[in-house]
Structure formats: C-alpha cells, structure tokens
Write a new protein. Structure first.
Length: 307
C-alpha cells in the first residue's frame, strides 16, 4: 500500500524508544515520530549529543514530547540499567534497534566483555536489551521491535564458524556480518514470538543508501562540511538523505498494515518511499536463525527464551 511520510498516522498514544537516536537515521526517526505526536525516548551513549538531539527536535517540532536516557550497547551494565529503567515505564509501544557502528576500526577490537566490537555494538547489546525488556513489550498491546538492517547484507555472508572474526577480521566483514546477524536476529525473533503466541511483533528494515551530505543540516546533529555535501551530491542518482532513510523505520512503527516478519526498505532499493522489500535468503533462513540464536545467547551472556 502507498505510504505518505508527510501524512503520518496520529501517534499521540505511542511511546517509542530509539537506541542511538542522537544522529543519523535514528535522529530523524525520532524527529518524524515526534512530529506525529509520539512520546520519543532517545537511548544514547553520549549525554551531550543526546541533549543536542533532544533540543533539536524541540526546536523543529512544536510541542514535541522527547527525552534522552543513557544507553551504551557495548556495556552490559549500561544495557541492564536501561532495561530496568524501561521496565518501570509500564508501556513501550515500539523499540527501534538503531544504534550501530557504521565505520568499524581497521584492526579488530573488543569490548569490555571480550566480544568483537562491531558485533557487540550492532547486535549483542540489542539482543540483551530485548531479552530483558520483553516482559514490558508483552504487557503493551501491539508492541513492535524494529531492527535496522542494511543493504550491505547483500554483499557478504555470515560466518557462523567465526562469528567474532577472530581468524579473518576486516572492517568490511565486521560491518556487513554484523548487519546480516542483526537481520537474522529480527526474523528469528519473529518466528519465536509467533511460536509462543506472543502479541509482540518483530519487523526488519533497511534505510537504503543514506548519506550525511544529502541530509538537511540540523545544528548539533548533522553539520556536514561543504566537501562532504559536494561528494555526496555526486551520488544523488542512487542516494538519499538520512531523513529519507528514516521513512522505513517510521513506517514499521506506525503503519497498522505492517505485520511481524515484514521487511521494509526504499522502493528504489537505495532510495525512495518505504515499501515491502525482499531480504537475502540467508537473513530469512530459519536454519541460520536457529544456529545463530544460541551463539548470541552465549556471546551476550543472556539466555533468551521466548515463551
């Protein structure tokens, strides 16, 4: 069905938590949802950047209901503390798993728990968070988990026998592999929720090819240099701004016709209005999902039964 990002459904009864919502696609997801009336919670690692994002949304969206809360997805103590805070809310309608590392280090690095840093940032912290707040989502009628995937999933493969890339690390493998794992997690979560008869749904989206230089300038949030704008605009035929990249997660949160297991992305694959897309076979594979789940449980040190 057609979707108009300029005419969003009323969302005054929704509370939406967005991880890493202080910049990029996450920020514009928050801004657009706030414009539709939702109460938006930006769960971010850097408190100064989080407050800058909150201030920007309040400047740009009259009467916006937006706040920041601390979350470092690479720190288990931070994840657990935020999960406890969210459980006290009593209601969260959508949890958008947006936080991520887009530019991985050239050399392999690990977090404090010994996990490869890109995997920890893009997948493991979210896995642990969702596992811990699932009771809250179950208590909210129609709650949704929205996972941010990537077009990069089409250009690599998931190494289940070397998930932490201890034998063959490159920055590209780290990023693409983590995004494949994120999509596999989102689809496997949906299968387990359905098997358990849950009312929570899991949706996976990708933002196309969204760049800073094609994104509107927002003080304290997105301030690309002239050089960045020049280079990014050379790619205008196949790229879009991060504000347009946010259309897919916003639709996943708000569209009543979207169901669990759906995959959304730009109609032109790299740019355009958000529509149903086709994920890679490996991302959707039940076998891959079943194999990956216990690996994530072990790496995140988080049992995650869905029942």
């Amino acid at each position: 069905m057609a979707w108009d990002p300029a005419a969003l459904p009323d969302a005054h009864d929704r509370t939406v938590v967005i991880t890493g919502g202080n910049s990029g696609v996450g920020y514009f997801t928050g801004e657009q949802l706030a414009g539709a009336g939702a109460r938006v919670v930006l769960a971010c690692r850097d408190p100064e950047r989080a407050e800058a994002a909150v201030s920007a949304i309040r400047r740009r969206v009259p009467r916006a209901r937006v706040e920041a809360t601390p979350l470092d997805v690479t720190d288990r103590r931070s994840v657990d503390a935020q999960a406890a805070i969210l459980l006290e809310r009593g209601k969260v309608d959508a949890l958008v798993l947006n936080a991520g590392m887009v530019h991985p280090p050239r050399e392999r690095r690990t977090d404090a728990s010994g996990n490869e840093l890109v995997l920890a940032t893009n997948v493991l912290g979210h896995f642990r968070l969702v596992a811990r707040v699932l009771p809250l989502l179950e208590a909210t009628v129609g709650a949704r988990v929205v996972t941010l995937g990537s077009l990069a999933t089409r250009l690599s493969r998931l190494r289940l026998d070397d998930l932490q890339l201890e034998r063959a690390y490159t920055s590209w493998r780290a990023y693409a592999g983590s995004k494949i794992a994120a999509q596999v997690f989102g689809f496997e979560l949906e299968r387990r929720l359905r098997a358990a008869g849950s009312g929570v749904t899991s949706i996976v989206v990708h933002p196309g090819y969204s760049t800073s230089g094609r994104t509107p300038g927002v003080r304290g949030v997105n301030e690309p240099t002239r050089a960045t704008r020049f280079v990014d605009n050379l790619q205008a035929a196949w790229s879009q701004g991060k504000d347009h990249g946010a259309w897919a997660p916003v639709r996943a949160v708000l569209d009543p016709d979207i169901t669990g297991g759906d995959y959304l992305g730009p109609v032109g694959r790299t740019k355009g209005l958000p529509t149903h897309a086709r994920p890679t076979r490996s991302s959707r594979s039940p076998r891959t999902g079943a194999l990956l789940w216990p690996l994530l449980e072990a790496a995140a040190d988080q049992p995650f039964p869905v029942s």
